[in-house]
Ligand binder design. Structure first.
Ligand SMILES: NC(=O)c1ccc[n+]([C@@H]2O[C@H](COP(=O)([O-])OP(=O)(O)OC[C@H]3O[C@@H](n4cnc5c(N)ncnc54)[C@H](O)[C@@H]3O)[C@@H](O)[C@H]2O)c1
Length: 247
């Protein structure tokens, strides 16, 4: 085992996940670029590093617990350790009032945005407990704090991520493992293609800074949460919303 730290980032083929993988790689981590989109993950690795020793693409479906467990096994086989897990994979779901959503849409979004985070935490914690250290960062959303209309599945799942983060953080509070969440407002990534312009305008109108955020801004916060400098925060929800959050 080398001294180099290792981070797994889910949903890292693009958007916030890719920016986070690139940032953690700059910080000195070996990174696992995990995504459902296998080609996208490979392409992202090509942009992040030229060496497979430094950045490894892994296909994962976070809704499938056995696939998540396989991702951890492959990482350990390849890199020997896991210091940080960023549960970032997510979808926005369709924008519509809940009674107009197609059957199954709630379950689909919750499976990716909430169950996926639970599977990731469950799979990595025994390894981190054995090592007596670790950082988990869950990417939630301002929608999970405030509730966005026309985004009931998403808001519900992201609220769930906040509760899960606080509960797990307390389970491991004295073990050297810190578990935190971030709650971005609108960040300019391809996820916005899934929602209507009307919905984007609604979200933008709530941001006092009057602009969207950039993936790199979120990555910088996650980078600190994965570092040793973050040492007295756990079960905390970190706002990154251009002033939208009032608590
Ligand atoms: N962009 C925003 O405005 C915003 C705001 C708040 C929170 N977030 C959250 O940030 C995270 C990243 O969002 P983004 O904007 O970068 O989105 P994105 O759509 O650009 O990227 C999401 C990635 O997740 C992957 N993914 C989807 N389903 C998956 C699955 N089942 N298993 C593995 N990977 C899967 C996709 O292939 C994609 O590469 C999400 O959890 C999202 O909810 C985004």
């Amino acid at each position: 085992m080398t001294d180099q730290r290792v981070a797994i980032i889910t949903g890292a083929a693009r958007g916030i996940g890719e920016a986070t993988a690139a940032r953690l790689h700059q910080d000195g981590f070996r990174v696992v670029v995990a995504d459902l989109d296998e080609t996208g993950a490979r392409d992202a690795v090509g942009r992040i590093s030229t060496s497979q020793d430094e950045a490894l693409p892994i296909q994962v479906d976070v809704t499938d617990e056995s696939s998540v467990r396989q991702m951890f096994k492959t990482t350990l086989d390849q890199f020997g350790r896991i210091d940080a897990l960023v549960n970032n994979a997510g979808v926005a779901g369709q924008s519509a009032p809940c009674w107009e959503l197609p059957d199954g849409e709630f379950e689909r979004v919750v499976a990716i945005d909430l169950h996926g985070v639970y599977y990731g935490c469950r799979a990595v914690l025994p390894h981190m407990l054995e090592r007596g250290s670790g950082r988990i960062v869950n990417v939630a959303s301002i929608a999970g704090k405030e509730g966005n209309p026309n985004a009931v599945p998403y808001s519900s799942a992201k609220s769930g991520v906040l509760g899960l983060t606080k509960a797990i953080a307390k389970e491991v509070a004295t073990t050297g493992i810190l578990v935190n969440a971030v709650t971005p407002a609108v960040i300019e990534t391809p996820i916005l293609e899934q929602v209507s312009q009307e919905h984007i305008n609604y979200m933008l109108s709530k941001i006092p800074m009057g602009r969207t955020g950039q993936s790199e801004e979120v990555a910088a916060l996650i980078s600190w949460l994965c570092s040793d400098e973050c040492s007295f925060s756990t079960g905390a929800i970190f706002d990154i919303s251009g002033g939208r959050a009032t608590y």
